[in-house]
Design a protein around this ligand. Structure first.
Ligand code: CMC
Length: 384
């Protein structure tokens, strides 16, 4: 009997791997929901702490549940001394994304019971991971430029504390609110590459630390979480807003990808990019010359890309395009963008791990072998 030709879905395009009630990405309508709530309503009305609760527990918290959860998150801000020492030793000579991954991996040092995969144990670990990843970002951003470590402040919100640990100064309310929104927008996004990597690792029952370390490793690449930094670098290279159109046209004629555009699922405007565009426009009266220039470049590049590739090719701005100028306004150096993304997304990776383990099936896809078979083994001295 002739064997059926295997059907290969490269990059798992269009393949469903599980059922989930965490996040819906509607790529046709440009809608995004976390546990049924639209991203627009969460960005407008919620806080990062509340969104973390929603993603982990599946419902919005009551006042006392949120207070309790917030308290637990704050209590977990300090880093183990081993992790802090590691960051201090490596920060000046290690890529911040690589060091974020290594430091997150080291957090298992706190945990004596890493084989306990129960939901309760993993929720407690998720709280630690969310909180401590933010402190890791703070520590890396200080030590990499030989600055004094700023200890976390237990009285600040999650967003305020990250900005405080990076800059050493108490942030203004406007900056804290904007940072909080950035964290919410990046908190979760269904089975993208990093979440899938997390699930593959979780499915071996390797434990949540290994799972999220796989996630943060996958996030780094410029096709995924590294795109915001790459998009900002492009804006800086354009330099003068009047160069924007020529630069983009040249890139497209060379068949280069313009970072911050295109998405595997959204074939229309990414709703997160729409929110960020509006935020960036609203910052203009309160921006320095650098951010003003970056904004003009971003707006001109977006207009041209949408005209050229939007409706015709389904290539629209994604969440990473406007993020760079906003982080710049917040005083966050571009090397720290991806670590910040990891800190925001930690909750999504954790929520997916917990959900998947409820009905775990080991990931073990197939590949079509196209190599040779039954070759004769030739001793090394007889080979030519
Ligand atoms: N600029 C120019 N052309 C593009 C772009 C882009 N940003 N994205 C896709 N294309 C073209 C691509 O060259 C290809 O053309 P052709 O068919 O002529 O070879 C066609 O569109 C399809 O590309 P693909 O890579 O097969 O499509 P995909 O759906 O797998 O791509 C993507 C998704 C994100 C990898 C891709 O759009 C891309 O490389 N974008 C730039 C990187 C980026 O912004 N990544 C962030 C993604 S969103 C946030 C996140 O997940 O972290």
């Amino acid at each position: 009997m002739e064997q059926e030709e295997p059907k290969i879905s490269e990059g798992l395009k269009g393949v469903y791997i599980t059922k989930s009630s965490i996040c819906k990405v509607d790529g046709e309508k440009g809608k995004l929901y976390f546990r049924g709530y639209s991203i627009e309503s969460l960005a407008k009305n919620s806080t990062y702490e509340e969104v973390c609760y929603l993603l982990l527990y599946g419902k919005l918290p009551t006042r006392s549940e949120l207070d309790d959860f917030t308290y637990k998150l704050r209590e977990e801000r300090d880093l183990p001394k081993e992790t802090l020492r590691l960051i201090k030793k490596l920060a000046e000579k290690t890529d911040p994304n690589d060091l974020t991954r290594t430091a997150i991996s080291s957090l298992s040092v706190l945990d004596k019971e890493t084989t306990d995969n129960s939901k309760e144990a993993n929720i407690q670990r998720s709280i630690k991971l969310i909180s401590k990843t933010a402190s890791i970002v703070g520590a890396i951003s200080r030590y990499r430029t030989r600055k004094r470590y700023v200890k976390p402040d237990m009285n600040m919100t999650h967003a305020q504390n990250i900005l405080y640990m990076i800059s050493g100064k108490r942030p203004l309310d406007k900056a804290s609110k904007l940072m909080d929104t950035m964290l919410i927008l990046h908190a979760e996004h269904s089975t993208n590459a990093s979440t899938f990597a997390t699930l593959v690792t979780a499915s071996t029952l390797a434990g949540i630390y290994s799972a999220v370390t796989a996630g943060v490793s996958a996030l780094k690449g410029p096709l995924h979480g590294g795109a915001d930094e790459a998009a900002l670098e492009m804006m800086k290279e354009i330099g003068d807003p009047n160069n924007t159109e020529k630069f983009i046209e040249d890139e497209l004629s060379k068949k280069e990808r313009v970072m911050g555009f295109g998405h595997r699922v959204y074939k229309t405007y990414d709703p997160r990019a729409r929110i960020l565009k509006e935020y960036l426009e609203n910052l203009q009266n309160d921006s320095n010359d650098e951010v003003k220039k970056l904004t003009q470049i971003a707006m001109r590049a977006e207009k041209l890309m949408v005209e050229k590739l939007g409706a015709s090719h389904g290539i629209w701005p994604n969440v990473d395009f406007f993020a760079g100028p906003i982080y710049t306004w917040l005083g966050i150096p571009h090397e720290i963008f991806d670590p910040i993304f990891a800190a925001s997304r930690m909750v999504g990776w954790c929520a997916h791990t917990i959900e998947y383990l409820d009905n775990n099936v080991l990931f073990r896809p197939l590949e079509e072998y196209i190599g040779k078979e039954d070759l004769e083994y030739i001793p090394i001295n007889n080979r030519v």
